[in-house]
Design a protein around this ligand. Structure first.
Ligand SMILES: Cc1ncc(COP(=O)(O)O)c(C=O)c1O
Length: 459
């Protein structure tokens, strides 16, 4: 074991972390005090991180536009599916963004924000995803209510037919179309989303051209592997932009390219993502192709989910026990990866993990185990991630997973029934007031056994 020893001072910590009195602080918040006060497992969401990330992204685009002499505009959209919580949506909306939604219930979420006055008038709403009858009803209601600007993104032929029909009773409806990317050789996979180029052209020519009430303004695509600095991503983007130019020549109403989500977040502490370089290259490619094709460069929309919210949240556990193993030692957390951080189990997602206290001790490697009976309930569980380093001590120990703010509650089902009836963690919100002082409030207490039994039909 000895050869694995490191000291806490050898961990390279990003600026938002420091070690104070052998305890970890995050943005000057003493995490040991937090867990002592609120208990574990505990989720905290630091709201200012969200607006900060949005601002940085807007700045990156502005710089890339200026340097490339790019004429289009940039609009940041937040995709609700990465975190639907009201405190997240209200924070996001304070940063002048549009919202991307993906289901019928999402339209009710928008109506609710309108009712409470949290949705600024004329906020742009993009409606993505498959449109069920219920979803279409919600979209048409939002259009009629005129409280925000609605842009449905057509995912199928039958959906487009509904808008063509609806446009007979309405003026000035705009839609986008999602491009099915299966035809692009560098994309190399089959996709069920959107329409192939020939179908887009056919439907444009038969249903949209000459229809004064219906405009196709936006081409949408989503690279499901995310935005990454790889030849395959850049080649795929270039193909999409070429099709945009082709469509633009036929359809002058086309003004916008929606490049979807997929901007990465920091899933380990060493990660230097070079996001400004990704944005710069993206803008340069779009500009160059449009110049060659003699087409006005499009306005650009992004729908960043995990980029916006992942880094706002941390999930804190107590170590219940350490156990000797054959090849590795185990530390058992007072929660479950399957319940509290399901992406670690489902897609082998990595997160930055740090011990919270006892940092005067040397650190030794452990695999963390959850308290369910499930042999898959452990972390790390992928070859890229090294063991978790914990202080070599018998004292009470806490550990923090950072950047856990995207998708985890939506996937595990916040407040529902989870594996082995492990309850949802207590969740607190951390914000700053006008004087930049930290304000902590409780969003939800730890889920009760009573709540679970009620859901399951027990009295
Ligand atoms: C259409 C669309 N837009 C945006 C997103 C957000 O992706 P991310 O959280 O990777 O930014 C998704 C995620 O599935 C999506 O399907």
């Amino acid at each position: 074991m000895k050869e694995h020893l490191i000291s806490a001072h050898e961990i390279r910590l990003p600026n938002e972390f420091s070690i104070d009195n052998a305890c970890l602080t995050y943005r000057n918040i003493n995490l040991l005090e937090l867990v002592k006060k609120h208990g574990t497992p505990l989720k905290f969401t630091f709201l200012p991180s969200i607006t900060h990330k949005i601002k940085i992204m807007k700045d990156y685009f502005k710089l890339a536009f200026d340097v490339n002499n790019y004429k289009g505009k940039y609009q940041y959209y937040y995709c609700t599916k990465s975190s639907h919580f009201n405190h997240v949506l209200r924070t996001v909306l304070s940063a002048d963004v549009g919202i991307e939604i993906s289901s019928a219930c999402d339209t009710d979420l928008i109506s609710s924000l309108v009712k409470t006055g949290d949705l600024p008038p004329d906020t742009q709403i993009i409606c993505n995803g498959y449109k069920t009858e219920e979803y279409l009803t919600g979209i048409f209601k939002l259009i009629r209510d005129k409280q925000c600007t609605i842009l449905p993104i057509v995912d199928s032929k039958s959906e487009l037919e509904r808008y063509i029909e609806y446009s007979k009773t309405l003026t000035n409806m705009s839609v986008g179309i999602r491009l099915n990317m299966s035809y692009i050789s560098s994309y190399a996979r089959e996709s069920r989303f959107g329409l192939l180029p020939e179908d887009i052209l056919y439907h444009y020519n038969t249903g949209i051209v000459g229809n004064d009430n219906l405009k196709l303004t936006t081409l949408h695509f989503f690279n499901d592997k995310g935005i990454e600095n790889t030849d395959s991503y850049w080649t795929t983007l270039a193909e999409v932009v070429r099709f945009y130019c082709y469509l633009k020549r036929i359809n002058p109403d086309l003004t916008t390219l929606d490049i979807g989500g997929g901007m990465p977040f920091k899933d380990n502490l060493d990660h230097n993502l070079h996001i400004s370089e990704l944005i710069f290259r993206m803008v340069a490619i779009i500009k160059d192709i449009c110049t060659l094709e003699e087409v006005d460069e499009p306005d650009i929309i992004t729908e960043f989910g995990k980029y916006t919210v992942a880094e706002s949240t941390g999930t804190l556990f107590k170590i219940l026990e350490r156990k000797k193993g054959n090849e590795q030692d185990w530390a058992i957390i007072d929660g479950s990866f399957i319940t509290h951080l399901p992406d670690t189990w489902a897609i082998k997602q990595n997160y930055p993990v740090l011990p919270i206290n006892n940092l005067e001790n040397d650190l030794i490697p452990y695999t963390l185990g959850g308290i369910t009976c499930d042999s898959a309930d452990f972390f790390p569980n992928n070859a890229d991630t090294k063991a978790i380093m914990l202080p070599d001590t018998h004292d009470e120990q806490f550990v923090a997973f950072f950047h856990t703010g995207a998708y985890q509650e939506a996937l595990s089902g916040f407040g529902g029934i989870n594996h082995c009836l492990i309850p949802a963690a207590k969740h607190i919100i951390i914000d700053e007031n006008a004087l930049k002082e930290i304000v902590v409030s409780t969003f939800s207490e730890r889920q009760s056994s009573k709540n679970m039994l009620e859901i399951l039909g027990y009295q």
